[in-house]
Design a protein. Structure first.
Length: 74
């Protein structure tokens, strides 16, 4: 299990809302709500261990997708 406490589904949901609906509040939400004071890590905190991909029911390339999230919001 990932040690960084990443909220992977929430990170992907926020990224999708930003890309699909041009959500102007997404950056604020990423910085201040999702990763800020909650103690959960940012997408760039991923250590690329692959443990999340081993248990992903959708067989997503999570490490690559987290890079896109980090590039978008950080």
């Amino acid at each position: 299990m990932c040690r960084n406490k990443l909220l992977i589904p929430d990170l992907f949901k926020l990224y999708n809302n930003f890309v699909l609906y041009h959500d102007r509040n997404a950056k604020y939400y990423y910085d201040n709500v999702l990763t800020g004071s909650t103690g959960h890590g940012k997408a760039s905190d991923c250590v690329y261990c692959g443990s999340c991909e081993k248990v992903c029911p959708q067989q997503l390339n999570i490490r690559q997708l987290l890079r896109k999230v980090a590039e978008t919001f950080e």
